[in-house]
Design a protein around this ligand. Sequence first.
Ligand code: UD1
Ligand code: CA
Length: 471
Amino acid sequence: MDIAASFCLAKANDFDNPLSLQGNAMNSQPWMAIILAAGLGTRMKSARPKVMHAVAGRPMVAHTAAAALEAHASQIACVIGPAMDEVETALAAVAPDCRFFVQADRLGTANAVLAARAALEDFPDDVLVLYGDTPLLRPATLVRLRAALEGGAALAVLGFEAVDPTGYGRLIRDETGALIAIREEQDSNPHEKAVRLCNSGLMAFRPGVALSVLDRIGNRNAKHEYYLTDAVEIARQAGLTIAVETCPEEEVMGVNDRVQLAQAEALMQARLREAAMRGGATLIAPQTVTFSYDTTLGRDVIVEPNVFFGPSVTIGDNVEIKANSYMDHCLVQAGAVVGPFARLRPGADIGPDAKIGNFVEIKKAVIEAGAKVSHLSYVGDARVGAHANLGAGTIICNYDGYRKHFTEIGAGAFIGSNSALVSPVKIGDGAYIGSGSVITRDVEPGALAVERSQQKNLPGWADKNKAKQPK
Ligand code: UD1
Ligand code: CA
C-alpha cells in the first residue's frame, strides 16, 4: 500500500488538540492577524531567526499562526526581517495564504507593524497584533481579546500577572483602574517596576484605529525604538476607549533566550501529555515522554518511559510503545508492539499487530499485518509481507553507495538470523532464507535459499592438533 495513502486510512483517534478552541463561541466577523517576527533575537545567540526555534517540533512563529487560524483569522500578515525566507517556508505549511512584509531595519515593534502598512490600509475590519515568540498562546484568548473590541473599546491590550515581571512592559493604571500607559522595563521608575501586571504584547485595534495611532508613535525612549506599547498613551490622549483583558502567564510567556525556550517547551509538553492521557492513552512516566505538536494517539495506547515522538507520528488503538523508542514521520497501526529501543524513521508504516523489537530500525518500509522484526535489524526501502518473520540481525542492504533500491519480502516468508538481503531483491511468499545468507538473487515462493559454504566437521581434530604442539 502506498505509504501516504495508508497514513490517511489510519484510524487513530486524534486526541484533543490542547491548542484548540474547544467549543468557544466564535465571532464570525473577519479579522486580520499581524504576526511580528522580524526581531533579531540577539539573546538566543543563534544564526537562525529567533521565531524559527521549535517548541514541540514546530517553529514558534508557526504556533502563533496556527492559533490565529484556529481563532478564525481571515487574513494573516507576517512581518519578517531581510533574508528570513525560512520563516516564509515554515509558515507556508501552516498558513498558505499568509502575506509577508519585510521590516528593513529593526526599529521596534511599532515600526514592525507599520511594515505591513499595505495590509492595514485596505483592511476594513479588526486587527490583532501578535508576536512570533509567544508559542503557548491559546486561540480562545484571541477570541476573548476581540470580544473586548465588540464591547466598545477602540484598543484592547492583553495583560497577565507575572510571578517575576523582569523584562516585560508594565501595564500602568490610574486610581480608577483605567490603563494609562505601558512602560518598558528600561524606561520605568522603581514604582512602576514593582507593578506585576505585564504586557503580553498582544493588542487588538478596531477598524481604522491602528494606522492613525501607530503613525504618531515616536522613539524617545531608552532604546530609541518605536514601541508598539506607546499606542496606549496615544490612544488615551485621543480620547479612545482602551480595554485590558488578562490571561494566565504561561500562555503568553515570551521566549527571548534558550532558557525561556526550554521553559516554553516544558509547558507545552505538560499540555500535550495531559491531552494524551485525557484522550485515552496510558503514559507510565508522563514526564519522560516527549510529544510533537501533531502527535496523534489512538485509544488504549500504552507508552512506556523515555519515548520520543518527533513530528508527524500517528499511533493506532491498542498499540504498545515500549521504553526508549524514538520515532518521527511514521504510522503504527492498531495492536502493534514497538520497542523497547526501537527507531522508526520517516515512512515507516507498521501494520496491525506487527512487532518491532529491540534495536530495530525501520525506514520507508511497510511492515504488513502480524509481521515480526524482533531483534537487531535494519529494514529500509522495503515491503515486508503479512506474518513474515525476520530473524535477529536481518539487514536490508538498500544502498549501493549511489542509489537506494527496493526489497520485497513476501507474506509468511522466514528470514534466518544474520541474513543480508542485497537490494533490489524479491523473496517470494512463504520462502525460507538460511541463517547467515547474503541474498543477491530473487527467491521464488516456497523455496529455501541458503548462501554460505557447507559445514565441515573433522572428528578428533582437537587431540591431533594438541599432539602437534611443541612440548
Ligand atoms: C515586548 C514588549 C513588552 C512585552 C513583551 C512580551 C514592546 C516595545 N515591548 O518586549 O512590553 O512585555 O514583548 O513578550 O513591544 N520585532 C520585530 N521588529 C522589531 C522588534 C521586534 O518584528 O523591530 C518582533 C520580534 O521578532 C518579536 C516581537 O516583535 O516576535 C517582540 O519583540 P521583542 O524584542 O522580543 O520584545 P520584548 O523586548 O520581549
Ligand atoms: Ca519577546
